[in-house]
Design a binder for this molecule. Structure first.
Ligand code: HSE
Length: 435
């Protein structure tokens, strides 16, 4: 029987998920591909032996042993981070190996270099597991939605942040307590600030935008705000407004430019994304031909992510067997048709906002604040103030009608410069029902 041989760099959570999947699904994959897909070699620096069931797999400490092993067809990088992951992928490509990675941080910064190197060496790059954990989101976008102009991408793309917000909402817990819990459950990044400050979500949005629009979107193109300043009071107000707070990745394609933003958002309960809870992810694409498509599933974890990596391995294996390498271009668009994006400035956006202003409870403060809103042409829909004994200073919550982001930024700057406002104002965008 034909064989496809895999070399794996990094035997951590996802690496063991892949190894286990290839072992458990061996016969099924043979029936589906007509070949044996074998994990031949693992490079891991931990010094730990591989579990007993992988006794036939060669273990090395040096990734070079994998690139130079002539039997290996596909090199899977699952160590994460920038270096040495970048060098390993480029070296593997130079040695003519197809590569698979789940490394969203790397692809959102060095993707252009890696994809161009792969084209130059006529090898494939699989990266399904970089976005949405076990959800086949990249394949759906590249293949299932190929006949669409993608008009928007809106999604919950970080399991840890969604888990935290869900627990804060449903169990009235504070941010810090839930973060610890999420770390113990094993889906937080090595540096959990990536999860809670929206950076991990921005990595993933940059990757999806690159495929959706045929433009190399870089992490720096994505405006990013996280959820670390969200307090239980914000969650309570969201409930009163008939919303749930979610960390959303949002991109709309306009005539000449594209939006690229990640921020906490009040999502109306009637919206599908308001009902995605726990560590689950969901990504909604709007295509001009198909309309709205929502993909939902486990966004993190050993076996879901292992399933996505295995899917890339099988896809590439099938292409090797059928002599059709790069039948589907890595980024869906042919390399010569991929350009650079023009990003919509955040100041050009508008929408309804929630503001939580921390102020001293003194005569005239509310009228000063409302005067600043009026000066910046922001129309107030409603105002709430929590009583003095609960908050000292008090929290003044304002919900606005549709306002421009530029005006909102200037308004907050002016409010935060007041002596009577000792803490920074928190703003949360409110999603429109039809977004
Ligand atoms: N830390 C990520 C998350 C893992 O929580 O979603 C999957 O990319």
């Amino acid at each position: 029987m034909k064989q496809i041989q895999v070399g794996l760099i990094g035997f951590g959570t996802v690496g063991s998920g892949l190894a286990q999947t290839l072992l458990e699904q061996k016969e099924r994959l043979q029936k589906k591909t007509g070949a044996e897909i074998i994990l031949t070699q693992v490079a891991d620096t931990s010094g730990r032996p591989l579990p007993e069931q992988f006794s036939e797999v060669i273990l090395t400490r040096k990734a070079t042993d994998i690139f130079t092993n002539p039997d290996i067809d596909i090199v899977v990088e699952l160590i994460g981070g920038m270096e040495p992951a970048r060098t390993f992928l480029l070296e593997a490509i130079k040695h003519g190996k197809h590569v698979v990675t789940a490394n969203k941080a790397l692809l959102s910064v060095h993707g252009k270099e890696i994809f161009e190197a792969a084209v130059a060496h006529n090898v494939e790059v699989g990266f399904e597991a970089s976005v949405g954990g076990g959800i086949p989101v990249i394949k759906s976008l590249k293949e299932g939605l190929v006949a669409n102009r993608i008009e928007s991408i809106i999604g919950i793309m970080n399991g840890t942040a969604n888990y935290i917000l869900t627990k804060m909402t449903d169990e009235q817990l504070a941010f810090d307590d839930v973060l610890k819990d999420a770390q113990e459950k094993g889906f937080a990044e090595a540096d959990p600030t990536y999860d809670v400050e929206g950076i991990d979500t921005a990595h993933k949005l940059a990757i999806l935008m690159t495929i959706a629009y045929g433009k190399h979107v870089h992490l720096d193109d994505v405006s990013t705000e996280g959820i670390s300043s969200i307090k239980p009071i914000d969650i309570e107000f969201a409930k009163e407004f008939g919303c749930r707070i979610k960390l959303l990745a949002i991109s709309h394609q306009h005539e000449d430019n594209v939006e690229a933003r990640v921020h906490p958002t009040m999502v109306p309960n009637s919206h599908m994304l308001a009902n995605i809870n726990g560590a689950y992810n969901a990504i909604q694409f709007k295509g001009d031909t198909v309309g709205n498509v929502l993909l939902y599933g486990p966004g993190a974890g050993m076996m879901p992510t292992g399933s996505a990596v295995a899917a890339d391995v099988v896809d590439i294996g099938r292409n090797i067997l059928c002599n059709s390498v790069n039948r589907v271009p890595a980024l869906s668009y042919l390399p010569e048709n991929i350009g650079l994006p023009s990003i919509t400035p955040m100041s050009d956006l508008s929408g309804p906002y929630y503001f939580r202003i921390t102020a001293l409870d003194k005569p005239g403060v509310l009228s000063t604040i409302s005067g600043i809103f009026s000066k910046h042409n922001i129309s107030i829909q409603s105002v709430f103030q929590k009583s003095r004994h609960e908050f000292d200073p008090v929290a003044i919550v304002i919900r606005s009608h549709i306002a421009s982001e530029e005006a909102v930024q200037r308004c907050i700057e002016e409010i935060d410069s007041l002596d009577v406002c000792p803490e920074k104002t928190v703003k949360i965008r409110i999603l429109l029902d039809d977004e």
